[in-house]
Ligand binder design. Structure first.
Ligand code: TRP
Length: 336
């Protein structure tokens, strides 16, 4: 098998919103339809455990994220879709890699450094206050996720580029010590994918509490859209589409000719109330069918579980023999 391997992980914290859809889920689902690549997509629930220690929230997020990807049309026949915690080879490889990762490399990880800086800002006695080993060594787990499947291309947000560099470093160290074993992965970031603004005009993000969840009921969707911040120009005044959150969300879903027609309406003057109603109807039309599929999937977690088990079976066809080879390389194979 020499198809290009693309792999990405989805941390299972929180309910997916339209910003996630446009920025990550939709491009990933589109990419998985390319017959020249083999895509691995997984629910990164070991990563979620770093941030979330509430079992109910953790398992609910896993259910919601899996249902979202399936409802939006991920074709699990052509790609490999699995849950990280179903692949025991991953934590095993994580430990092996931990033994060849310089602590100094982890000291430089952004997430860890940011946590230390927060402690310093509040003048905590211990700069490591509240920081777990999970947070500290998170980039090693991520390296194991990637190296386990010999993935060469990793679509990620820009905040993850450093983790990819670390994965390369760790892989290169292993290859140097034990002979070429791992493929050196590369981050793929896409400047063209839209980053949506949220209800308050800042970047749509769970941490700002300004998101529009993908599959909320119709009435709630309308209510949220009505809440999107606009300026106070009167209806007849020409308006700037480029700085407008409503326009930007519309554009992320619409075809170019629809967007151009709306741009014209902005130039002529469109009332905010009318625009909000238009955006609501447009989005609702697009989300109706997947929303129904989503509701149905959430009602039938056993169907999702079946899909994930099949995904794990396929993933382990790669991870099991490769881990055997890795163990051999480091000298922990059977004695006779
Ligand atoms: N850390 C990634 C994020 O927060 C998620 C992730 C975990 C991931 N393992 C991965 C992404 C492996 C790509 C490859 O977005």
């Amino acid at each position: 098998m020499n198809r290009n391997i693309v792999l990405t992980g989805i941390t299972t914290t929180g309910t997916p919103h339209i910003g996630n859809y446009v920025g990550a889920i939709r491009p990933a689902i589109d990419a998985s339809r390319n017959p020249d690549v083999l895509s691995f997509y997984f629910l990164a629930d070991y990563h979620a455990l770093i941030k979330c220690q509430d079992p109910d929230i953790l398992s609910r997020s896993t259910l919601e994220v899996a249902a979202t990807w399936l409802a939006l049309g991920l074709d699990t026949e052509t790609c490999i879709f699995y849950r990280q915690t179903d692949i025991p080879e991953i934590p095993e490889l994580t430990w092996i890699l931990t033994c060849m990762t310089a602590k100094g490399l982890m000291n430089r990880a952004h997430a860890y450094k940011a946590a230390v800086q927060e402690n310093e800002a509040i003048k905590a006695k211990d700069p490591d206050k509240g920081i777990t080993m999970g947070l500290f060594s998170y980039p090693i787990l991520m390296a194991a996720d990637i190296l386990m499947f010999k993935a060469s291309r990793i679509p990620v947000g820009k905040d993850q580029i450093q983790h990819l560099e670390m994965a390369r470093d760790i892989a290169a160290r292993f290859n140097h010590l034990y002979g070429t074993t791992f493929v050196l992965p590369e981050a793929v970031t896409d400047d063209k994918t839209a980053v949506l603004q949220g209800l308050d005009g800042r970047k749509m993000s769970k941490s700002y509490n300004n998101t529009i969840p993908l599959f909320i009921p119709e009435k709630k969707l309308r209510k949220l859209i009505m809440k999107i911040k606009t300026n106070s120009l009167p209806p007849e005044a020409p308006k700037d589409p480029e700085t407008c959150t409503l326009f930007q969300i519309f554009q992320a879903f619409a075809k170019p000719d629809e967007t151009n027609a709306l741009r014209q309406r902005y130039a002529e003057g469109i009332g905010w109330g009318e625009m909000k109603q238009y955006l609501f109807e447009y989005l609702n039309d697009h989300l109706k069918a997947p929303r129904e599929r989503y509701a149905d999937l959430i009602e039938h977690p056993q169907d999702i579980e079946k899909v994930l088990q099949e995904g794990a079976r396929k993933a382990r066809e790669y991870s099991r023999p490769f881990l055997r080879q890795i163990r051999q390389a480091i000298g922990v194979a059977a004695l006779a």
